[in-house]
Ligand binder design. Structure first.
Ligand SMILES: O=c1ccn([C@H]2C[C@H](O)[C@@H](CO)O2)c(=O)[nH]1
Ligand SMILES: [Zn+2]
Length: 131
């Protein structure tokens, strides 16, 4: 799946965002190495600290369905310029993606920043640090 189609999947995911508190809807989509696509939206909670970002929703959906190798990730929000994933999501993505996995960050106006999981979290703490 190419970049534009994965961004379209993230836009579709965004329509289900549950955001009564922030009113900030985010959609994410990822492809797996075996060609599957998983979508996620942010899901908030009255106990604000339990809010889950779109990126982590997509990753947890994928991992819980047996996927653990991702090929590309897209994230979309109605921002002025490409959305920036939070630190928690950068860390969770780094657990399941090689550093060279592309990440497409987009707004709804067609602005896209193409980066990688490694560039989003240089020096990530990972499996290899656990001795
Ligand atoms: O990359 C991001 C940034 C923020 N959020 C969510 C968390 C919360 O529900 C709302 C406001 O921070 O947006 C995401 O889902 N992804
Ligand atoms: Zn996040």
């Amino acid at each position: 799946m190419n970049r534009e189609r994965l961004i379209q999947e993230a836009i579709k995911a965004r329509q289900y965002a549950y955001v009564p508190y922030s009113r900030f809807s985010v959609g994410a989509a990822l492809t797996t190495s075996d060609g599957r696509v998983f979508r996620g939206c942010n899901v908030e909670n009255a106990s604000y600290g339990l809010c889950n970002c779109a990126e982590r929703t997509a990753v947890f959906k994928a991992v819980s369905e047996g996927a653990d190798s991702f090929a590309a990730v897209a994230v979309v929000a109605n921002t002025e310029g490409p959305v920036s994933p939070c630190g928690a999501c950068r860390q969770v993505l780094s657990e399941f993606c090689r550093p060279d996995v592309p990440v497409y960050l987009a707004d709804l106006k067609g602005n896209v920043k193409e980066t990688t999981v490694g560039d989003l979290l240089p020096g990530a703490f990972g499996k290899g640090d656990l001795t």
